[in-house]
Design a protein around this ligand. Structure first.
Ligand code: TMP
Length: 206
């Protein structure tokens, strides 16, 4: 089905901190490149010079949850204008480590920002742009916390407690339930090789 190849171009990776999603990025890039596609790999918050400066603030400065939401979307506006839209327009794949589902999970699900406000920003900033495929790396909350405790110096989000992470996980699973055509959930609480296989199976269907 060659037509399918040209539809699923905007891929996002989601999951709680510690779910291990970023480990799989080099492999996804090389799987797509092997098939002759240009791949633009990027991340949120970030992906542009301004976005990366906002990321520094967002990850390290305490702020009101709505301020956080607005800054996430400010970074996203810049990201879409300068990276995502141009890449998609020239036919490249875009692989983004997080996108708007993270705002629904973290700012809405965990921090209580009104979903209707996020929807307004989403319509404004994305003008209908949505990922074609979202891979959700799902792990139990205890696993996420355990993995983070072994990791580098935690950022603001990574220092949150189990209740916060439970809300994030539930919000992500709810997003997946509401958007079944777009989401693929991977059980990331398995040996790396098995998770990698699941990722490869999903990418092979594109
Ligand atoms: P990362 O560590 O996966 O790069 O993500 C950075 C952190 O930013 C992570 O803890 C999730 C958080 N985040 C939000 O809270 N809202 C968002 O919209 C995005 C994109 C990320």
């Amino acid at each position: 089905m060659t037509t399918k190849l040209f539809k699923a171009k905007f891929i996002t990776l989601e999951g709680m901190d510690g779910a291990g999603k970023s480990t799989h990025i080099p492999n996804i890039i090389s799987l797509l490149q092997t098939r002759g596609f240009e791949v633009v790999s990027t991340r949120e918050p970030g992906g542009t010079a301004i976005g990366e400066r906002l990321r520094e603030l967002l990850l390290h400065e305490p702020m009101h949850a709505e301020t956080e939401t607005l800054l996430m979307f400010a970074a996203r506006r810049e990201h879409i204008a300068n990276v995502i839209a141009p890449a998609l327009a020239r036919g490249a794949y875009v692989l983004s480590d997080r996108f708007t589902d993270a705002t629904y999970a973290y700012q809405c699900g965990a921090k209580g920002v009104d979903a209707a406000k996020i929807q307004q920003l989403e319509h404004w900033v994305q003008v209908g742009l949505q990922p074609d495929l979202t891979i959700l790396f799902d792990v139990p909350v205890e696993v996420s916390i355990q993995r983070l405790s072994n990791a580098r110096e935690p950022d603001k989000f990574e220092r949150e407690n189990a209740e916060f992470f439970t809300k994030i996980r539930n919000a992500y699973l709810q997003r997946a339930k509401e958007n079944p055509a777009r989401f693929r959930i991977i059980d990331a609480n398995r040996p790396l090789e098995l998770v990698k296989q699941s990722v490869e199976e999903i990418i092979s269907t594109l």
